[in-house]
Ligand binder design. Structure first.
Ligand SMILES: [Zn+2]
Length: 501
């Protein structure tokens, strides 16, 4: 049924899913390039030649120019497997203050030209500082949402799937309020977080993480969440990890008009480039110098095309990371691309319990996890393990803790550990104290992820400190050991308290 969303793979709070539309299933995470048929920086064919199957265009502009006579697919000569999303004119409101069109007109128009995914006329909050003003945009959007829901029920065309935008700007409580209301209307099978563009232009990525959380945590998991205007490659995987399913943007063209060349982690001015660090069809064919010498239209066209390839590449890389269950490691890697991205990563870790909640327990075949610094202790597999250890049922009032700095898995086959197990047989709980994990019961040490990991030769000091704190906290607060004996801890970087009865 149109609007059905089926989740196939999950990692952190991100997922690969399939959204059913009248023109086939949209695989998410997806990027919708903004196209403007009235302005040919890059032709629709150029765009579709990248392999993309979904585009977004502005219903307000098309209607104003009366550009589409039949359906959007027929007029733009689109194949039957191309999914067309519409934007309503909300962005024009943000730019020009007002548009001369009603909510009902824009909904009927999108339905008439048979958009696959339609949006009613919301009022974007943007980055307004005044909370009353922000609330006003939220309330008008809500009111229009109700109006839209009534209209949608009456429409003959049931092939369009409708989106309810969530507003609130940087005011997280307003986003929550807006999200709950949007989620309650069953006419909308997709929701969208509005107006992050201005916030992203200011590199305020950590705020973006909070905004996504405020929206995502207040809507049902079964509904896809779109991010309006999220066309910067470096932030895409972070947004996906927080639960964003699709993006749209004109950034690839806007950057190109400004002579800006996107890579997956950086933005360059074309004149600063000696080489193209890319193998897309544009960069394979031309040198930066050749591109610079072209007339402006052709330069913009080719730069746009390259920029689009980069965004699509980032989407694919993110999907692959989800598929392989290594999205967290991918975020860690991306974090170092820019201090603002690093801030987004740090801020995302604040939501480790939320990420853990949605991160699947079983991720296909078991792969080892890569551990780096103290942030690795906040990845879902480790967070989940720490929670488990806090509840771990002790079977004795005595614990033996072997400092495991110098040990490698499989722990159970280590001769020293074997001897300790024999020595204490049933009279004590025997643990290995290990960086990142904390306490590992020897009897469980073979289970995932306790011996399936790779770590650096020199584990950073912070990890030892955090691990020691964790272990001491568990011993002193959660468990009731009368006696704690330490083994091999003299030269350990872990500082664990012993308890003698
Ligand atoms: Zn390229």
């Amino acid at each position: 049924m149109i609007g059905d969303f089926e989740v196939k793979d999950e990692d952190l709070a991100g997922r690969i899913g399939y959204l059913t539309t009248a023109h086939g299933k949209l695989e998410t995470p997806a990027f919708f390039p903004v196209i403007n048929p009235l302005r040919n920086d890059l032709s629709i064919n150029d765009i579709l030649n990248t392999g993309i199957k979904n585009i977004i265009t502005n219903a307000f502009i098309l209607k104003k120019r009366d550009y589409i006579k039949d359906t959007i697919h027929k007029d733009l000569r689109l194949d039957n497997d191309i999914i067309v999303m519409m934007d309503s004119g909300g962005y024009q409101i943000l730019q020009y203050g007002n548009v001369n069109i009603t909510n009902s007109e824009i909904i009927k128009y999108q339905s008439k030209i048979k958009a696959d995914i339609g949006v009613f006329l919301d009022v974007p909050t943007g980055d307004v500082e005044n909370k009353h003003e922000a609330l006003r945009t939220v309330e008008i959007t809500m009111k229009r949402g109700e109006e839209a829901a009534n209209l949608i029920r009456e429409l003959d065309n049931k092939d369009t799937l409708w989106v309810h935008p969530i507003q609130g700007g940087k005011f997280l409580d307003l986003i929550e309020y807006s999200a709950k209301k949007a989620n309650s209307l069953e006419e909308f099978s997709m929701l969208a977080l509005g107006s992050p563009t201005v916030i992203m232009e200011k590199y305020n990525y950590d705020l973006l993480i909070d905004m996504i959380f405020a929206a995502r945590a207040n809507i049902s998991r079964g509904k896809p969440l779109h991010l309006f205007g999220g066309g910067v490659p470096h932030i895409i995987p972070f947004a996906v990890a927080m639960g964003i399913d699709s993006f749209d943007s004109a950034s690839y063209i806007l950057y190109a008009r400004d002579g800006r060349y996107l890579t997956r982690n950086r933005t360059y001015k074309i004149e600063d480039l000696e080489y193209f660090p890319c193998s897309c069809p544009v960069c394979t064919k031309y040198t930066p110098k050749e591109l610079m010498e072209m007339d402006e239209d052709e330069q913009t066209r080719l730069l746009s095309l390259h920029n689009l390839y980069k965004i699509l590449e980032e989407i694919k890389e993110t999907k692959l990371a989800i598929k392989e269950g290594r999205l967290f490691e991918y975020l860690q890697e991306k974090a170092f691309s820019h201090p603002a991205v690093y801030s987004a990563f740090q801020n995302l870790l604040k939501y480790s319990l939320y990420l853990e909640k949605y991160d699947p327990r079983v991720k296909g075949e078991v792969k080892g996890i890569f551990l780096f610094d103290q942030y690795s202790m906040i990845r879902p597999e480790i967070v989940r393990y720490h929670q488990y250890m806090r509840k771990y049922k002790q079977s004795s009032d005595m614990a033996v803790i072997i400092c495991g700095d110098f040990l490698e898995p499989p722990f159970i086959s280590n001769e020293f550990i074997k001897d300790i197990l024999v020595k204490y047989s049933n009279s004590a709980d025997v643990f290995i104290a290990f960086p990142y994990y904390g306490l590992i019961p020897v009897t469980l040490s073979e289970s995932f992820p306790l011996s399936q990991f790779e770590k650096p030769t020199n584990v950073p000091n912070y990890v030892y400190i955090e691990t020691s704190n964790l272990i001491n906290d568990i011993i002193s607060k959660t468990k009731k050991y009368r006696k704690v004996i330490l083994e091999m801890c003299e030269n350990s970087k872990l500082h664990i308290m012993s308890i003698s009865s």
